[in-house]
Design a binder for this molecule. Structure first.
Ligand code: ADP
Ligand code: MG
Length: 301
């Protein structure tokens, strides 16, 4: 079977992903402002920033869904158009309960670019669908209508679709938002396993704590790229203030809620000048004061 997709050749010497001064505007709104970012194969990055920071827009330009007003996006050395190696799982939209497509069909859609328009799926395609569903632990749901699944299960099926596509760069837009704790853990474990396969992963989240503790790299975005690197380096008080401005940000953790504010932490009063939380994870952010079960300490860094 001859694939009819326009395979874009990878330059193995080029970075998996390279954005250079990417600017995107919607009318008068500047959604991304000269964002430059280079990732190598296998990098796992949490993309964090407040609502409206441009996280989804960033994924759209990388997926080639929209073009930047200026600047360039390169996937293994060439433009994003025609790269079936980029898998994009959009921010969750609840799929209609009566949507008449079953789980296996949804995942098979990920094979479309490889099968070609006029061909039927072959044995290898069915095998790829099963392997992808196994990877996200959804094999038992193959024949279920997609609309009958929970939000977390739908998310896993959409991830399987991207895996069946044999995506090498995965863009997951807020996949953890709205999932219960066990589902979040299951998804994080699946994402960890992808690292061993050399899959480059970008995960948008507004959960700072999760970004800080569960991802080796963080890209902090607020139209500009405020910082990129290991969480301890990027999530400094100054960077968080730059990204979150006057917003107060509530971070839910297993041990309670964490408040991040942009105000200075030299103020002697406990709130709102501190990161406040319960549990060990509350102390991760450098430069902030932290209150853990009534005991205050300065954040490291
Ligand atoms: P995030 O995903 O971080 O919440 P978005 O990328 O969705 O941010 O949005 C960034 C900015 O661009 C916001 O101000 C948003 O209102 C605006 N925006 C996003 N998509 C569109 C669109 N299709 N048309 C007009 N404005 C948009
Ligand atoms: Mg978004």
């Amino acid at each position: 079977m001859t694939p009819v997709h326009r395979a874009t050749v990878h330059n193995p010497a080029a970075p998996a992903l390279a954005l250079d001064a990417v600017t995107v505007t919607y009318g008068s709104v500047v959604a991304l402002d000269r964002v430059s970012l280079t990732l190598k194969r296998g990098d796992h990055v949490a993309v964090v920033g407040p609502n409206g920071a441009g996280k989804s827009t960033l994924f759209h330009v990388i997926a080639g869904v929209i073009r930047p007003d200026s600047g360039t996006v390169r996937v293994y050395g060439s433009g994003p158009d025609g790269h079936i190696c980029v898998g994009y799982v959009p921010q969750r939209a609840r799929i209609d309960a009566n949507f008449p497509v079953n789980v296996a069909d949804v995942v098979m859609m990920g094979r479309a670019g490889r099968i070609g328009l006029l061909h039927r799926p072959g044995r290898a395609d069915h095998a790829a669908v099963r392997a992808a569903l196994a990877q996200v632990d959804m094999l038992d749901f193959t024949r279920r209508p997609i609309g009958a699944l929970s939000g977390g299960q739908q998310q896993r099926v959409l991830l399987a679709r991207a895996l069946a596509q044999e995506a090498e760069i995965l863009l997951l837009d807020e996949p953890l938002t709205g999932l219960d704790q066990p589902s979040q853990e299951a998804l994080l474990a699946t994402l960890n396993a992808l690292r061993d396969q050399g899959i480059t992963l970008l995960v948008a989240t507004h959960d700072l704590n999760q970004a800080a503790t569960r991802f080796p790299l963080v890209a902090l975005v607020n139209r500009r790229l405020v910082g990129f690197g290991p969480p301890a380096q990027v999530l400094s008080a100054a960077n968080l203030a730059g990204a979150f401005g006057s917003h107060v940000h509530v971070v839910h953790t297993t041990d309670g809620d964490l408040l991040v504010t942009d105000t200075c932490c030299d103020d002697p009063h406990p709130l709102p000048n501190a990161v406040v939380g319960r549990g060990a994870e509350a102390i991760a952010l450098p430069g902030y004061e932290v209150e853990v079960d009534g005991e205050r300490t300065k954040g490291r860094g």
